[in-house]
Design a protein around this ligand. Structure first.
Ligand code: FAD
Length: 375
């Protein structure tokens, strides 16, 4: 089996499938784990960001349920901790209509079965003393969690390395098709790898591979959505919870760093950090925690989220025997890694899944013309 892409998705799938005693190779054109999975904030939040995200909530909740065991097995197998914390999030509202906005979100969360409670400002300041005194309303999301994606990738790679082959520097150019089945992959330098199953998990670059794939394979409309980030440290200030508003978020790490994000930009494949992006993140961060004004900026970076036309992931079997897609996780790939790995394992081993994945079908973007040509 060949997995194209060694980010959180490809490596989680490899690690899960290795338990089934399958022979697996993970192919990455660079060092694995250095793209979106390295850049992420690491919030594990099943709450929807937009009305379109509501379809994702059941899958996100299932993945959050799987997280403790996912982390336990990886940490145990690698001996490396991933800074997984389960302290909840405070959702902050600041504007003139803060209370009304909070009520709307509270009603939506209750409809979706997400744990969410309105708390008083005094309770909020007791729970999080560093919270900006100008905050107008607060929602406590007690079941949300966070993880350090870089530590998670490091730990996952160490754990996966014991069970599967990982090949950095292998750039997949196209898939090898034999009749109506996928028989392997072809590298840019002409090297061929034979495989009974090929799983495309190449994040926002997935579409480039499928484009070279051939007429039988559905196109994969992934696109890069740039997110800029920065890390801060303020020696006298500790945050206990993730703080989030409509404009940005602060995610505390156990070593005292605070990760602040983010932007959402259509900038092609350019991973630059811009003055405007940093200003937006700093302003949003100070709105959450005014005392961060004196914080030292330790690092800035950006990464490319694997976006899709409807913001939902692309998951499932294709009409080409042996080819599975696991990509387009957009803002939620760190959260969705355990459930994606579980689904792919079910497709490969059981040929069916225990979860309704219709909304994430690889065929949903196909034109009617192409669909009828295929049938
Ligand atoms: C700023 C930012 C903040 C985020 N915050 C969060 C968050 O708080 N919570 C959350 O759940 N998610 C978050 N995300 C989203 C999350 O990071 C992604 O959804 C997730 O990392 C996608 O993982 P992936 O493995 O699919 O892709 P990637 O991590 O991008 O990995 C894809 C891999 O494929 C390889 N590759 C590409 N093309 C080829 C090829 N032709 N041949 C071989 N290998 C190839 C690449 O080198 C790369 O290693 C954030 C993302 C960003 C950018």
């Amino acid at each position: 089996m060949a997995i194209v892409g060694g980010g959180i998705i490809g490596c989680s799938i490899a690690f899960q499938l290795a338990v089934e005693k399958l022979k697996i190779v993970v192919l990455d054109r660079q060092q694995p784990g250095r793209e979106a999975s390295w850049a992420a904030a690491g919030m594990l939040s099943p709450a929807p960001d937009s009305p379109r995200d509501r379809l994702l909530v059941p899958l996100s909740k299932e993945s959050l349920r799987l997280y403790p065991e996912f982390v336990r097995v990886i940490e145990e197998s690698s001996g490396k901790a991933v800074d997984y914390t389960r302290k909840g999030t405070l959702q902050i509202f600041t504007g003139a209509s803060a209370e009304a906005e909070r009520e709307t979100m509270l009603a939506e969360h209750s409809e979706l079965g997400l744990a969410s409670e309105a708390i008083s400002l005094s309770d909020a300041h007791r729970m999080e003393p560093a919270l900006n005194p100008d905050v107008r309303a607060v929602l406590h999301l007690p079941e949300e969690e966070s993880v350090d994606p870089r530590l998670l990738m490091d730990s996952l790679l160490a754990a996966a390395n014991r069970r599967v082959e990982i090949r950095p520097g292998f750039s997949v150019a196209s898939l090898v098709e034999e009749g109506d089945r996928c028989a392997g992959v072809l590298a840019a330098n002409g090297e061929k790898i034979q495989a009974n199953h090929v799983i495309i998990a190449a994040g926002c670059f997935s579409g480039e591979i499928a484009g070279a794939a051939g007429k039988h394979i559905p196109s994969i409309p992934t696109r890069p959505v740039r997110g800029q980030m920065l890390a801060l440290r303020q020696t006298h200030l500790t945050l206990r919870h993730v703080l989030r508003s409509e404009r940005g978020y602060l995610v505390p790490r156990s070593d005292g760093r605070i990760v602040a994000g983010s932007t959402s930009e259509d900038a092609g494949f350019h991973k630059s950090v811009t003055a405007g992006g940093m200003r937006k993140i700093v302003e949003a961060g100070l709105e959450l925690c005014a005392d961060l004004g004196d914080a030292e900026i330790l690092e800035t970076w950006s990464g490319l989220r694997p976006g899709t036309p409807d913001d939902l992931p692309i998951l499932g079997l294709t009409n080409v025997e042996g080819l599975i897609l696991a990509t387009g996780h957009y803002r939620n790939g760190i959260l969705l890694a355990p459930v994606t790995a579980k689904l792919v394992k079910e497709w490969v081993v059981d040929r069916r899944t225990t979860f309704d994945t219709q909304a994430f079908s690889p065929f949903r973007f196909e034109s009617a013309e192409r669909k009828s040509a295929r049938s």
